[in-house]
Design a protein around this ligand. Structure first.
Ligand code: ZN
Length: 256
């Protein structure tokens, strides 16, 4: 748990006056720790809203540097940031946004095959936001979060469409239940992406993570939100827990 801080009334005025949040909610949030894995199109808006809202400790982990092809959608980076490590740049920018909170940038490439490393990475956090474009890492984060019983919010984007999934271990299905690991892989050079799409999905990830940390609203583990910005539609599909899921299934749970 983070140390917490007394919220500045003027900075958080619009949150303080919001039903379900208020002074108590902001005080609670100031003691929470969130991990954002990936500092790209999804991670930049997700981390920014967590920090701006006063989440006590936000860690951003990403081993990449800023590339020119990032800038059409990763709007927190500038042309002058090209070649610099994303995690450090983003952490510095977000600390300037809100010096109340601890913002940590880890310039580390997470290898999904190093599952012990993934487990170490996520331990000690109240929520994990998966903002990655690497399917293997997405599944490894799901497995680690289920094992450590840490809530997970996952976002994925491609073309004009996005997918948002919330996993609350012990309360409903996991990511593997919703998307069995058969299509894992990474599109060479990255898939084409509509510029505002990761902004929308990353902001939704932050919203679900904030609700989880505050214990408010309808965070329904067991649904997948499908976003299509070309059609302008949001649709919610319910997902059942798979009793024989290799990650959270009954046999596995009984052995854990
Ligand atoms: Zn599962």
């Amino acid at each position: 748990m983070s140390q917490g801080f007394a919220p500045d009334v003027e900075r958080y005025r619009r949150l303080l006056n919001l039903p379900h949040v208020g002074e108590e909610g902001l005080s609670l949030l100031s003691k929470k720790r969130a991990l954002v894995v990936g500092a790209g199109g999804l991670g930049t808006p997700a981390a920014a809203y967590l920090v701006a809202s006063g989440t006590g400790h936000v860690t951003i982990v990403d081993g990449d540097v800023v590339e020119l092809s990032n800038l059409s959608r990763q709007v927190m980076y500038s042309t002058e940031d090209l070649g610099k490590a994303k995690a450090g740049i983003l952490a510095r920018k977000l600390f300037l946004l809100n010096p109340d909170v601890v913002v940590e940038g880890l310039d580390v490439k997470i290898e999904p095959s190093d599952f012990a490393g993934v487990l170490r990475l996520i331990s000690g956090y109240d929520v994990v936001l998966s903002c990655v474009d690497n399917a293997s890492l997405r599944y490894a984060l799901n497995q680690a979060c289920v094992e450590r019983k840490v809530p997970l919010v996952d976002g994925a984007v491609k073309g004009f469409t996005g997918v948002l999934t919330v996993v609350v271990p012990g309360k409903g299905p996991c990511y593997e239940c919703a998307f069995p690991q058969s299509r894992a892989g990474k599109v060479a050079g990255g898939p084409p992406i509509w510029s505002p799409l990761p902004g929308v999905v990353g902001a939704l990830e932050a919203s679900e993570a904030l609700k989880l940390m505050l214990g408010i609203g309808n965070v329904k583990a067991g649904w997948v939100l499908l976003i299509d910005l070309l059609e302008g539609t949001f649709s919610r599909v319910s997902v059942e827990k798979n009793p024989s899921c290799r990650v959270c299934g009954n046999l596995r749970s009984n052995n854990m």
